[in-house]
Design a protein around this ligand. Structure first.
Ligand SMILES: Nc1nc2c(ncn2[C@@H]2O[C@H](COP(=O)(O)OP(=O)(O)O)[C@@H](O)[C@H]2O)c(=O)[nH]1
Ligand SMILES: [Mg+2]
Length: 223
């Protein structure tokens, strides 16, 4: 299976490496995260990888391209760690960030970008399904990020089904809440709760930092 193909740069040690480009001013922000978290980009994987065998809990972020996954990760961790607004579909890797040498924040590639050639979109979809449904990984929790203005798409539904079938804990974030007026906000929350009454949902804004402290506590990012 293609998604399981190893990638040359993934071979070797799984120890966190310092990729100097990731920090906001060209330097790594180890120790510079929210509440003193030490955050490091560790590696991007393309399939099976030794990092999956490390005993750190994984907090996985999934969602359509451009919904704000990387922005939510950066807001939560308190720095510029994940690349925001890269060309949609360009990131096909599953990116691992190490937090305090005790957990992984996992940024999955975005799906659903309409302009992507179908074979690439399908490759991304398979890669995500491999991570969530391949049986190699048991994420501590999966965060499905939605654009609050858009709500749940067909591909989100497919993903929710996979996550539930696998029994992974699931939390939905309605991001870009700052873009909704009061009545849109009421409808967005009500629509989601009607469709999925048993899924925990939190409205948030990475941009305005709305409910970011709540999410931070909910995910127990600081021990
Ligand atoms: N207004 C608003 N824009 C946001 C918010 N979160 C992310 N964005 C913007 O949405 C775009 C995509 O964000 P990004 O984090 O790269 O999305 P990703 O593809 O899901 O990782 C960027 O232009 C962000 O600045 C938010 O809460 N409010
Ligand atoms: Mg991203």
């Amino acid at each position: 299976m293609k998604a399981q193909r190893g990638h040359a740069k993934n071979s070797g040690s799984v120890a966190p490496r310092n990729f100097g480009k990731i920090g906001p001013s060209g330097s790594m922000k180890a120790g510079g995260g929210r509440e003193g978290l030490r955050v490091q980009f560790t590696r991007g994987i393309h399939g099976s990888d030794p990092i999956l065998g490390m005993p750190y809990p994984q907090i996985a972020f999934v969602g359509r391209s451009n919904v704000g996954k990387s922005s939510i990760i950066n807001a939560l961790l308190g720095g510029v760690f994940a690349r925001v607004s890269a060309t949609p579909g360009k990131t096909q890797e599953i990116n691992f960030y190490t937090v305090d040498d005790r957990l992984f924040v996992v940024d999955l590639p975005g799906y659903g970008y309409a302009k992507l050639p179908i074979p690439i979109a399908e490759k991304i979809r398979k890669h995500i399904l491999w991570y969530l449904g391949g049986g190699e990984v048991r994420p501590k929790i999966v965060l499905l990020i939605l654009d609050a203005r858009v709500g749940v798409t067909d591909q989100d539904r497919e993903l929710i089904d996979v996550v539930r079938n696998e029994g992974h804990p699931l939390l939905v974030v309605l991001n870009k809440w700052d873009k909704l007026n009061q009545s849109e906000a009421v409808h967005a929350l009500r629509d989601f709760k009607n469709a999925y009454p048993d899924i925990e949902v939190i409205p948030a804004s990475a941009e305005k930092k709305y409910n970011i402290p709540l999410l931070f506590d909910r995910l127990a990012l600081k021990k």
